[in-house]
Write a protein that binds this ligand. Structure first.
Ligand code: AMP
Ligand code: MG
Length: 486
């Protein structure tokens, strides 16, 4: 049985030359205590629950004692933030404890977020507040529950240490898991600082560690870029189809593995609105919902630019040129699946576009609509669907078209709807739900964190007694303001 002391560390990143990172030590938070953990995430590194409940677990994470086998370090990277290049960022408050190889041979970075100052903290304090930590903790596990590629969150520590943001808050610590935390910004840092040999080493490292199959490839760097283009395009399609907006798609928040990473002012959309901007500080709407596929492509362009010392420009351009097609195909397939259709027959693209126009015009809740559609009865009254519209007649025409397409597909409706319930979640993490969990946590109760964590693990299942969580957001939720402050 694996214990905290016998985790199977293989700290490959620490074996890179020291231009890639700085060795650091987590700085203990006063009165840190474990307030929540995810047994599901702990299983990824083979840790039994009993190990997480040992007092030693908090001591190791909080830097009171060194975790045996770990090699704590902070990584250096750069990034384009809101379109502008920042030559050096790096883990300003994150510490990679090390990489654990689990019994399936999978590699998992164990990264602390909020563990204190690092050489990359710039003006920051190295800390993370409880509010933003709960948001990341719950949403990364919610995304995993939805089947969307994401970093994972193993546990949440809370402390009494005060942290100043717009007001006084308390500090928290998150243990994040990911096969790697390498971002587009890592490549930008080594390219634009002229360290091209290090850029090659980094790219070789990523290929050797995460894409061994590419090692024999004639053009491994180009093949890696193609892979990232594809994964990023598909991730954007995932976000768009589920109705989720990241909020801060800077290139330092783009995972080289195409995972959702760095949960800040994100949001699941309530009413369908393409211009939706979750981040109060994003006044221009650069990272609005509808912009995400294009920003994903723009960010890949920045990654391509960073790879030009290794790959001919024309080849990178050609690979990036494939992005739009991959995105649209992935998005269309996902949207068709939401409608219970498995084939793109003629007219279905129009069916999707016209539906989105109607949902937008009538300010209909995106998630609630698609979930109700799973119960659609051709020829029936369908009051649960039509009552979502001020003018039910407006959706009648669309439902008639939809009925025709369903009939043409020839698939029994019950079968299609069973599939629809696997892609149209009943439960999502709406901002006000996270907000209520945060407010209770700030008062010392983590019961709501637990409830949401549990609920969002199986977001497609009917969960008796939890129906109130499946309702559209209350009006007061519209007044919640989420900014970059974390
Ligand atoms: P984020 O907006 O969280 O993706 O962070 C952007 C950059 O700022 C990264 O380099 C972070 O490590 C750094 N950063 C954010 N918050 C803090 C903080 N409180 N202390 C130090 N660095 C921070
Ligand atoms: Mg970040």
């Amino acid at each position: 049985m694996v214990t905290l002391e016998t985790l199977n560390f293989d700290n490959s990143f620490s074996r890179l030359p020291d231009v890639f990172y700085s060795a650091v030590k987590p700085q203990p938070l006063k009165g840190a205590r474990l307030v929540h953990f995810s047994p599901d995430a702990a299983r990824l590194i083979d840790l039994p629950e009993a190990e997480l409940l040992r007092p030693a677990f908090v001591d190791y994470l909080n830097g009171e004692n060194p975790l045996p086998g770990a090699y704590p370090l902070s990584q250096v990277y750069a990034g384009h933030q809101f379109g502008h290049y920042v030559p050096q960022l790096g883990d300003g408050r994150a510490i990679l404890l090390g990489e654990v190889i689990n019994q399936q041979g999978e590699r998992w970075d164990l990264q602390l977020k909020g563990a204190g100052l690092t050489p990359y903290s710039r003006m920051g304090d190295g800390r993370a507040v409880l509010r933003s930590t709960i948001r990341e903790y719950l949403c990364s596990e919610a995304m995993a529950g939805l089947g969307i590629p994401t970093t994972r969150a193993l546990c949440l520590l809370h402390s009494e240490e005060p942290v100043w943001r717009e007001q006084l808050e308390s500090a928290a610590l998150l243990l994040r898991l990911s096969p790697t935390h390498i971002r587009f910004g890592h490549f930008e840092f080594f390219c634009h600082s002229g360290q091209h040999e290090a850029l090659r080493q980094l790219t070789d490292y990523v290929i050797k560690t995460h894409f061994p199959a590419l090692e024999g490839n004639d053009t491994p760097y180009l093949a890696l870029f193609r892979w990232v283009v594809e994964k990023t395009a598909v991730l954007m399609a995932d976000w768009m189809a589920i109705g989720w907006t990241h909020g801060v798609m800077n290139t330092d928040n783009m995972s080289i593995l195409g995972l959702t990473i760095d949960y800040g002012p994100y949001a699941f959309m309530d009413e369908y609105h393409p211009d939706f901007i979750p981040n109060h500080s994003d006044t221009e709407g650069r990272y609005a919902y509808k912009m995400q596929p294009w920003i994903g492509q723009w960010n890949l362009g920045r990654l391509a630019a960073a790879l030009t010392p290794l790959v001919p420009v024309e080849a990178l351009k050609e690979a990036l040129g494939g992005y739009e097609k991959i995105y649209w195909e992935a998005y269309t397939i996902k949207m068709l699946a939401k409608l219970g259709l498995s084939q793109a027959t003629s007219g279905v693209t129009e069916l999707i576009t016209s539906l989105l126009t109607i949902l937008h015009e009538h300010r209909v809740d995106y998630t609630v609509f698609f979930r109700q559609l799973c119960h659609f009865q051709p020829g029936g009254m369908n009051a649960a669907i039509t009552s979502l519209f001020q003018d039910p007649a407006r959706i009648d025409g669309w439902l008639a078209d939809y009925t025709r397409v369903l009939e043409e597909s020839g698939e029994p409706i019950g079968q299609a709807q069973a599939r629809m319930k696997r892609v149209n979640p009943k439960y999502i993490l709406r901002n006000h739900m996270a907000q209520q969990a945060i407010e209770q946590a700030e008062q010392g109760s983590f019961k709501e964190v637990e409830r949401l964590h549990q609920l969002l693990q199986t977001p497609f299942d009917e969960q008796p007694g939890c129906e109130s969580y499946a309702e559209p957001s209350p009006d007061w939720a519209k007044r919640i303001v989420i900014s970059c402050s974390s």
